[in-house]
Design a protein around this ligand. Sequence first.
Ligand code: NI
Length: 258
Amino acid sequence: MDYKNIFDSHAHYDDEQFNDDKEALLSSFKEGGICGCITCGTNTVNSLSAIALAEKYDFMYAAVGLHPLDIEDEENENFIDFFRSLSKHEKVVAIGEIGLDYHYDTAPREKQIEVLEKQILLAKELDLPVIIHDRESHEDILNILKKHKPKGVVHCFSGSVEMMREVVKLGMYIGLGGAVTFKNAKKPVEVAFEVPADRLLIETDAPYMTPVPFRGKRNSSLLIPFTAEKIAEARSATAQEILDLTSKNAKELFNIAY
Ligand code: NI
């Protein structure tokens, strides 16, 4: 497995699962063929650490935002102003990870929607893409995206082919990760087959969503080839073609120079 031009459009390298070996791991990325990676914040504290990582590694970029599962912990009422100031940093390329999570429902849905809409408006004000988390909230996510029409990506896309078409029609991208390799993955594989080539992104969501055959272990951008191979199989392409395509798409969406 000797791939190059790997752009991981979604990871969380501030996660404590990387505490012990982060430097050694990230230092090996270039040799592993990784040309770009976006590490996403989920609250005000780890959005700052995402920027710190992006400052340290030239291939690393940061997204800043408040995740629906972090809303309850968030005591800073001025989080929008805070993210606005963070986004001035040259390596902040998106507002994310933001969205709705109706699986865990840790914050009331009305509150989740309010926080999401505020951040989408911030992204539009700043002309930045959004990175959207949608867990069991497809209908509300689609309605909100139709209402505000931000640019961006629905990451770890878990909707149907029909929903994918609606998202693509809005000009947005579809992020696919380790879930396409899971044994019971029917919808993600259908989406991988159907999604237009210029709208596909590849991602890890590291340390989560680890592709087969490492499912259950910690994920990292070095494992993206397993996901690329599965997507390639669905599209009758080579894995390197999928990596080249998704890398080009990520650089376009996140406005990263070639
Ligand atoms: Ni994530």
